[in-house]
Design a protein around this ligand. Structure first.
Ligand SMILES: Cc1ncc(C[n+]2csc(CCOP(=O)(O)OP(=O)(O)O)c2C)c(N)n1
Ligand SMILES: [Mg+2]
Length: 328
């Protein structure tokens, strides 16, 4: 991992950050297109506009750290190292997918890179993160944290508060990462909470709580790296609230009746990919450098999509199920 202070000057690191944000953006665009073509079924929650939260947060972690993701988790798991090919095959329900095609968008998991799963039950990953962190503590694994993502809407779930209380009381290495995009489905945060300062969600439990501009990938990276270091040093959990906006709808069936065109236009103008491109240009990258990163990300997603579409579906014969049954 890069030290926060070095990250801003490490050209290879900056390039990798940009490539992953572009990869996530293009993965989401490909998923949207597959839905429109009728090739993808069910539902999905895209993170367009929020790329800096997943990528910036995960880049501040170490490979041995585990992540537990939200229903809007494609960016989080891709940043952790789940291959775009495996993730796309899972999206398309293919045997080659991360979950052998049985899980889809809201279950993508790959324990080989410590991506412990996207979850559709909001807030429910927080108590699971406590269990993961407890296992680290019991095994004496002092260089690992369990990072759990949840949204502003989910911050009202009892499970989130129960987990924060337990993590604080048992001094568990849990990194609570709140993606505050201002909405839970179509409901603005200010309509359902008395105080929109979500850092206060951690404070009653004695959890150190900080915040970051979630559309600034380096600010996210620095806040999360700092929180991770605090967790390992103090042996206490921490919360980071990342403020962002999803320019995509809540899910692929969102009619978008609850936001104004002006609001969306504003956030499109500060979207994290374009914003980081400006930072790189000011930092000595050329337009051609950025175009080359973009082309690499596009090629990777085109390849992942073609690969996934060519993969076979699972065979769900009774015999197959029998072979899967545990004998003990
Ligand atoms: C326990 C539970 N209650 C309700 C839902 C339905 N639901 C799915 S997403 C969502 C909104 C979540 O909002 P937020 O936590 O802010 O995440 P965002 O969608 O904005 O990323 C709700 C209520 C659910 N999946 N699980
Ligand atoms: Mg939200």
């Amino acid at each position: 991992m890069n030290e926060p202070t070095q990250a801003r000057t490490d050209r290879a690191f900056l390039e990798r950050l940009m490539e992953y944000m572009m990869l996530v953006r293009k993965f989401e665009e490909a998923v949207f297109s597959l839905f429109q073509q009728g090739k993808l079924h069910g539902t999905t929650h895209l993170c367009v506009g929020e790329e800096a939260t997943g990528v910036g947060s995960v880049f501040a972690l170490e490979p041995q750290d585990c992540i537990l993701s939200t229903h809007r988790g494609h960016g989080q798991v891709l940043a952790k190292g789940v291959s775009a090919k495996d993730a796309m095959a899972e999206m398309l329900g293919r045997e080659a997918g991360t979950n052998r095609g049985r899980g889809g968008s809201m279950h993508i998991a790959d324990v080989s890179v410590n991506a412990f799963g996207v979850g559709g039950v909001i807030g429910a990953s927080c108590p699971i993160a406590c269990g993961v962190a407890l296992s680290f503590k019991m095994r004496g694994e002092k260089d690992r944290v369990a990072a759990v993502f949840f949204g502003d809407g989910s911050s009202n779930e009892g499970a989130v508060h129960e987990a924060m209380n337990l993590a604080a009381a048992w001094r568990l290495p849990v990194l609570f990462l709140c993606t505050n995009n201002g909405y839970g489905m179509s409901t603005p945060l200010e309509k359902v909470v008395n105080d929109t300062d979500l850092t206060k969600r951690g404070q009653p439990y004695g959890i150190r709580s900080t915040e970051a501009d979630g559309n600034d990938v380096l600010a996210v990276f620095e806040a999360v790296a700092e929180a991770r270091a605090y967790i390992l040093k103090e042996e206490r959990p921490a919360l980071v609230v990342e403020h962002t906006y999803r320019t995509s709808g809540h899910s692929k069936s969102d009619g978008n009746q609850y936001r104004t065109e002006e609001e969306i236009a504003h956030w499109l103008s500060v979207n994290p990919v374009a914003r980081f491109a400006k930072v790189l240009l000011a930092d000595g990258f050329s337009e051609a450098d950025i175009a080359a990163i973009d082309a690499r990300a596009s090629a990777a997603i085109a390849e992942a999509t073609a690969y996934a579409e060519a993969c076979p579906y699972p065979e769900a014969s009774p015999r197959d199920l029998e072979a899967e049954t545990y004998s003990d």
